[in-house]
Design a protein around this ligand. Structure first.
Ligand code: ADP
Ligand code: MG
Length: 234
């Protein structure tokens, strides 16, 4: 699915620079559910943004589904993002003035689907996250957990090969967090490859593999016995 070798990334800071990723190596295979852990500032989001083709890296190699991801034009990057990747964020990133259905339908617009097909597909995915009855509600009328479900439906609408989540439960209470994790586990059971950035141990334990970052290097990368969210104690 994806392979990263000796990846480096620095941010320019005035005349000097901040070396954030210092030689990252790992592979993710189809069907994995991987947590990327590390304290704040360890480079988790930087790494996820590079994997998500939202940011560039300085040196090393990154291939996604056999495609070398380096120095892509903005247009090509957008094509690959749309084709391969779905994103979920801590703050949901829904469009406030669009209702749940319209939010889910949006990525389908960029795939060139006709309006009717977009609506139908969006409905299908909203139903999957249990929110069909909320289709015509604005994000401001939804709870945090519901907003994140809409965001998941939106991320899934274009049928990405890889679902990426940056602190998806960071803004949610524990009960709601576990409901979201239960849903992500079900998706992974169905075969979806999932990458989750988190700094919460209980969330990481609900994945099947945990990669720990510290100061821009991988400290540990191991397979774990997955805790099922449905049976986890809040
Ligand atoms: P994490 O997600 O693990 O908290 P980040 O990847 O967001 O870490 O940040 C890693 C380091 O890079 C931090 O020190 C942060 O301040 C810095 N950083 C992140 N983004 C930028 C940027 N766009 N410009 C400069 N420094 C940045
Ligand atoms: Mg972060």
């Amino acid at each position: 699915m994806l392979k990263i070798s000796n990846l480096h990334k620095s941010y320019p800071i005035g005349d000097s620079s901040l070396h954030v990723l210092k030689g990252i190596d790992f592979e993710v295979n189809n069907g994995e559910m991987v947590a990327i852990m590390g304290s704040s500032g360890s480079g988790k989001s930087t790494l996820l943004n590079i994997i998500g083709i939202l940011d560039e890296y300085d040196s090393g190699e990154y291939t996604l589904d056999g495609v070398a991801i380096k120095d892509l034009s903005e247009k090509k990057a957008a094509v690959y993002r749309n084709k391969f990747l779905g994103f979920i964020f801590q703050s949901f990133n829904l469009i406030n003035y669009k209702n749940a259905l319209e939010n889910v339908a949006l990525p389908l617009y960029y795939q060139g689907l006709k309006r009717k097909d977009r609506q139908e597909k969006a409905k299908f995915h909203l139903e999957k996250v249990g929110l069909l009855d909320w289709a015509h509600h604005l994000p401001s009328e939804l709870s945090g957990g519901q907003k994140q479900r809409v965001a998941i439906a939106r991320a899934l609408a274009a049928n990405p090969k890889l679902l990426m989540a940056d602190e998806p439960t960071g803004a949610l209470d524990t009960t709601t967090s576990y409901e979201i994790m239960e849903f992500l586990q079900q998706l992974n059971d169905e075969g979806k490859t999932i990458l989750i950035v988190t700094h919460e141990e209980d969330i990481a334990a609900m994945c099947k593999r945990v990669i720990r970052l510290r100061d821009g290097v991988i400290m540990e990368d191991k397979i774990v016995e997955q805790v099922r969210a449905a049976t986890a104690h809040v």
